[in-house]
Design a binder for this molecule. Sequence first.
Ligand code: NDP
Length: 502
Amino acid sequence: MTVLVKPQKLDDLKVREFRMLIDGKWVEGVETGTIERIAPSHGVTVSRYAAGTKDDANRAIAAARNAFDNGPWPRMTASERSGILLKAADLISARADELAHLDAIEAGKPITQVRGEIAGAVDIWRYAAALARDLHGESYNTLGEGTMGVVLREAIGVVSIITPWNFPFLIVSQKLPFALAAGCTAVVKPSELTSGSTLVLGEILIEAGVPAGVVNILAGTGADVGAPMTSHPDVDMISFTGSTQIGRLTMANAAQTLKKVSLELGGKNPQIVFPDANLEEFVDAAVFGAYFNAGECCNAGSRLILHRDIASDVTARIAALSEKVKVGDPLDPTTQVGAIITPQHLKKIQGYVSGAAQDGATVAHGGSQIDFGMGQFMTPTILSGVKPEMAVAREEVFGPVLSVLTFETTEEAIRIANSIDYGLSAGVWSSDFDTCMTIGRKVRAGTVWMNTFMDGASELPFGGYQQSGLGRELGRHAVEDYTETKTLNMHIGRRTGWWMPR
Ligand code: NDP
């Protein structure tokens, strides 16, 4: 059983129409096509965007290039840039309800959850505004009488920012404010499925005082608009979040002109649980980690690695709590799990569940589609008896599906955790300090949570090992990622060269 929240009809919904932001103006695409977004929860059109093309990408890149090379943004004082970012944060906060509604209806995400994401985004914009004023290089007064060295941090230039559909506003907020804080200009492409809140961000940034051409926002598909953003010679850096497959393609495109690349890709994140853990707290975190955002989350705790002695008891407790999870209408404030992003994606998730059953796993809970007569939804699902070599234990399902594996020794748990290509995040549950620290140091992942799961803060860097990505977002180094380092090597006094006597 699952607690169902049937979606209410959207009788008074006004379809939102969006254009693209290029060089400070809201424009149609060079071609006249449009993209219709059908709400994954309600099956009706909720937004229309201009369908951008390569020509639009070229226009946007030219505007960003000109704004960087000739405009005021990189030349302002950090204090001025910081002030504009703080204003943007205030305006995001003022329009939080509108932004939350757009992300909820376009992505099928629970409204209460999205409100939290928008509040988190406001905090990130404020944090980036603070870092803008602390960006500095180094000086070396230790190189001898005749030498002084200064290391500058300069904005890298034009940044292509490409974001996915699962956290539309939060993910653009993990990238854009830091690029702006450094003095960069940007071309932003949200997913064609969830472009609304990013386009509203364009209105906010204009109102906050970001000059024309500094932030350009395109609508359109990855093939039409995203690909040119990764190969254009006038782009200096790419910041991408999405699938590992497109991440690889992005890196290959960027290699042609040797752009800097920052990639935040997939994950298959383990939670390792020892018998001495606080199991009540863990069970809650397991359910949260697996079903938060319908499991459409790179950080999802989709792989439980339970000590054999507790595996069947803990699995039963997780199944019991899974029954209480409220699934359905993303606009109902009590909903915890919303819709699946597209019908094709639901099919992909169900393919993983049936494939796991064929491979010998047991569907211990859920596993089925929910029919509300509109949209696409799925029950929270638990697969037990999963073996490390099964596809469902190694690949990113990106749905509300929890795989349960078991271990006997700490070494075996670490081996299983590290046996896949990903390395984004991991969790360890134990009341023993040594156990937590051993796992924390030996699991190859960008974040390891100890006796908690999927917590975060603007101050804490986020990113992956191995095929989960390159580089880190958030944290105090996030601004530096959008800079080049320049050395000023200065001579004091008469210079003695290679042909002059020393
Ligand atoms: P993609 O990697 O396809 O999309 C991410 C972004 O890249 C979107 O804006 C997309 O545009 C764009 N894009 C697509 N093709 C190209 C291209 N050739 N060049 C440049 N940009 C491109 O992810 P999907 O959204 O299709 O999801 C597929 C799978 O990826 C999921 O099932 C999940 O496993 C994983 N994923 C991981 C995420 C994470 O946070 N780590 C986030 C999202 C997905 P558009 O969508 O408009 O075509």
